[in-house]
Design a protein around this ligand. Structure first.
Ligand code: BGC
Length: 768
């Protein structure tokens, strides 16, 4: 755990320049707007340690797979979100010396991310080798109001000199991905131009042929007035620039406003993209930085209104939750159903910007609770649209007759992952996609979703489970062999309890869904079953499987076993590990990890979290007490599930400890990997820890239930929640819980076991 940033309720603050923490800070201070985003790289040249990253949503490249030993069924390509053309460059040279924080002496360095208005600022004083000193201030944002726009205000004040200087303002599409498998560059040039005051480069992705047109314009002022400049235009491959010669005058502040427009062929016809870029830039120049920023902050104000959580009495916790909400909101706005949420969002390359089960298992409830219903629905429809690919994917592995295996990692529906233990075996992801349909309907009541899209997906997944199990003569039960559960520190195990459980549950839920659609809309049912050649005996077989599935358990301890043979391991606790051994995945050989009992993330406990109503509290407690002490939480997805279960069990200290760990995972670099990017999908888990954990929010038979507690470090906390066309505000303090219906028709709500009917603006209170 590191302590790089100051605690503040709305700001992330880095004081003093520490080059060793720069990549961590670049991740943490990332900005975006759902359509594009970027790491907090410097505008000026930086020759020190950095991971350069700008990303455009939905633009990807299928990088040819590279593996040590090819196995049948591996995907040929890994679709990656690309490091996209950069528009931030403002390179300053004074008397032949380049402003480069790795080469100058840096003082009073401060980097601030204002989460309230989505503004990244930086200020510092730099001393060049010849003693000349400049004071720099920069402010930058990706507009939430106009998703294709970004703007920078960059000021230079010469402290102890006057001198001619040159400033290079550019668009650079000659960029590469650090994770490129064959060290290839992924962009080709389509168009470029550089005239005085404007540079545009259109680049095209190899193989996928997306066009991204990136243009910049700028204005330069000294003390508020236009200043004399001489511009030289520059062009080279995939690159366009304006080099501006001017005079820096001691004590006078020179301000550069640089505006960028980033357009993708996903949203514009290729032949018009340059024209559209030019006219957007033209408008932007007229609007100006201050107004653009005002419009942008207004959207943030609105967003915070919708999804802020306030915490009184604990700044670290407040900053943590806001940081998580901020990053999630700027990664996915829910406006474009073609998009999804990559585990690193716009903050890094790792995980290729692809979609994982994280979306269904962790992110969906966040969007259900904070956005209009259509946002969560879009996330489900995204998978519906990939169903044909999931069927193809299963066929490649030998499954048939419409069995669907959704990919572990994908952008366009095709599997991208190529580690056999995950690609072929981490099949529980299929269950999460089925569970999300259930979760969405439970929350919204939108059962029609089953008729329109849900049932078809459920049938595909159930067909897969029915083919993936086999009958064991020995056990006289159905078993599932050769799987990897959510705990990826075990591979190729038999009868992972969680996978067997979610598979069985899917088979049962699909049968219910069939009955529902059959009775609600016989016409649609008929047409669907014809289209997918559904046989009436399929659900009968599923029933038989569900009734005879094998679940490993240890009756004497009263716990479910993560997999067959789990008790043969040496059962140790994390407390017995040496500090030098952590994180295990960076310190131990893989076989040692596999042989050990240590658990990467919730596995049996993931099942108890999803299906909490199926188990009594003592069963949940016994399993938690058994597994949690062996869990190293080396997946960012782990602490939140533990926090929620701990809260349910009344382990308030544990719930708080796990909350802080999930909320500050990146801010404090708990897992020593924030430099690769932030853990965006697990940020939804942080929100869940407060809402489902501390506030105990559940939906039971269409009614909202709350059974809150308040961590002893907090004075109060409050949040807003969307539920079935209503908006509620909940406040929990030491005295009790207060619920207000802010919008929508009256509804029944259960507070700590008592049911109330709430009408608009009515406040009800219940003591804790
Ligand atoms: C976790 C997976 C997760 C992936 C992406 C891995 O470390 O074990 O469960 O889907 O990260 O977040």
């Amino acid at each position: 755990m590191k302590d790089c940033f100051k605690h503040h309720p709305w700001h992330i603050i880095e004081e003093g320049f520490n080059p060793h923490h720069n990549k961590i800070a670049e991740s943490v201070f990332s900005i975006g707007n759902g359509r594009m985003g970027q790491r907090a790289n410097f505008e000026e040249t930086y020759s020190g340690e950095t991971l350069q990253g700008s990303y455009v949503a939905g633009v990807y490249y299928p990088d040819k797979t590279r593996v040590g030993w090819w196995k049948n069924g591996y995907p040929e390509y890994f679709a990656k979100v690309l490091n996209a053309p950069s528009w931030i460059g403002i390179r300053v040279t004074v008397a032949g010396q380049e402003l480069d924080l790795a080469k100058c002496k840096v003082d009073q360095f401060k980097r601030v991310l204002d989460m309230q208005t989505g503004l990244l600022s930086r200020s510092f004083t730099a001393t060049f080798p010849d003693g000349k000193q400049v004071q720099i201030e920069s402010k930058r944002f990706c507009s939430m109001a106009k998703g294709e726009l970004g703007a920078i205000r960059y000021s230079i004040t010469p402290v102890n000199f006057s001198s001619p200087a040159s400033i290079l303002l550019d668009v650079d599409a000659d960029v590469r991905n650090m994770d490129s498998n064959y060290d290839e560059k992924f962009w080709d040039e389509v168009h470029k131009h550089s005239v005085e005051g404007e540079c545009i480069v259109t680049a095209q992705t190899k193989k996928t042929f997306f066009h991204v047109c990136t243009g910049i314009r700028y204005s330069i002022q000294e003390e508020g007035k236009e200043t004399d400049i001489k511009v030289t235009t520059g062009l080279r491959e995939k690159y366009a620039s304006n080099s501006v010669e001017l005079n820096l005058n001691q004590g006078k502040q020179l301000v550069i406003y640089k505006y960028a427009a980033v357009l993708s062929s996903e949203n514009h016809p290729k032949e018009k993209i340059v024209d559209h870029c030019k006219s957007l830039l033209e408008d932007t120049m007229t609007t100006g930085f201050d107004q653009l920023y005002a419009d942008h902050s207004k959207v943030w104000e609105h967003k915070w209104n919708e999804c802020d959580i306030t915490i009184d009495g604990d700044v670290a916790a407040q900053q943590g939750i806001r940081f998580n909400i901020f990053q999630l909101t700027q990664t996915y706005t829910g406006e474009d159903e073609r998009l999804n949420i990559g585990p690193k969002g716009f903050t890094g390359e790792k995980y290729g910007g692809s979609t994982y089960w994280d979306t269904e298992a962790y992110c969906l409830p966040f969007y259900l609770g904070t956005s209009e219903q259509k946002v969560a629905r879009n996330l489900l429809v995204y998978r519906y649209k990939h169903l044909a690919r999931a069927i193809e994917n299963a066929e490649k592995l030998g499954f048939k007759e419409g069995a669907a295996l959704y990919p572990m990692v994908t952008i366009n529906g095709e599997e991208c992952h190529n580690e056999w233990e995950i690609t072929f075996e981490e099949i529980h992801r299929n269950g999460a996609i089925a569970y999300a349909i259930f979760d969405y309907i439970r929350y919204t009541g939108d059962e029609e979703y089953l008729v329109d899209f849900g049932l078809e997906v459920l049938i595909g997944i159930s067909r897969f489970w029915a083919q993936r199990i086999n009958w064991s003569d020995d056990k006289k039960k159905f078993v599932m062999l050769g799987v990897t559960g959510p705990n990826e520190y075990e591979n190729n195990v038999n009868n992972n309890w969680y996978t067997n459980y979610i598979a069985t549950w899917t088979l049962n839920y699909t049968r219910q869904a069939i009955n529902y659609v059959k009775s609600k809309n016989p016409e649609k049912y008929k047409s669907l079953s014809g289209r997918i050649t559904f046989k009436e005996q399929e659900p009968l077989e599923w029933k038989k499987i569900a009734e005879n599935m094998y679940f490993p358990e240890d009756k004497s301890r009263g716990v479910y076993l993560q997999q067959d043979g789990f008790l043969d391991k040496q059962l140790l606790t994390v407390k017995e590990l040496r500090k030098e051994d952590r994180p295990l995945n960076q310190k131990w050989s893989w076989d040692r990890i596999l042989r050990s009992c240590f658990i990467k993330q919730a596995d049996v406990l993931q099942g108890l979290y999803f299906f909490e109503d199926h188990f009594d509290i003592d069963t949940i407690r016994r399993n938690f007490d058994f597994y949690e002490p062996m869990t190293v939480h080396e997946s960012s997805l782990s602490p939140c599930v533990h926090s929620i279960l701990a809260a349910r069990l009344g382990y308030e200290e544990k719930a708080y400890e796990m909350y802080l760990r999930t909320a500050r995972l990146d801010l404090d670099d708990y897992n020593n990997d924030t430099e690769d990017g932030c853990h965006i999908t697990s940020m939804a888990g942080t929100w869940l820890s407060v809402i489902k954990g501390f506030a105990g929010l559940r939906v039971k038979d269409g009614e909202l239930h709350l059974s809150p507690f308040i961590p002893k470090q907090w004075q109060s906390y409050s949040f807003r929640i969307e539920f079935r066309q209503r908006v509620l505000k909940i406040k929990v303090s030491r005295k009790g819980v207060e619920a207000i219906l802010m919008e929508g028709e009256s509804l029944s709500i259960n507070l700590r076991g008592k049911s109330y009917t709430l009408t608009t603006n009515q406040v009800i209170e219940e003591s804790l």
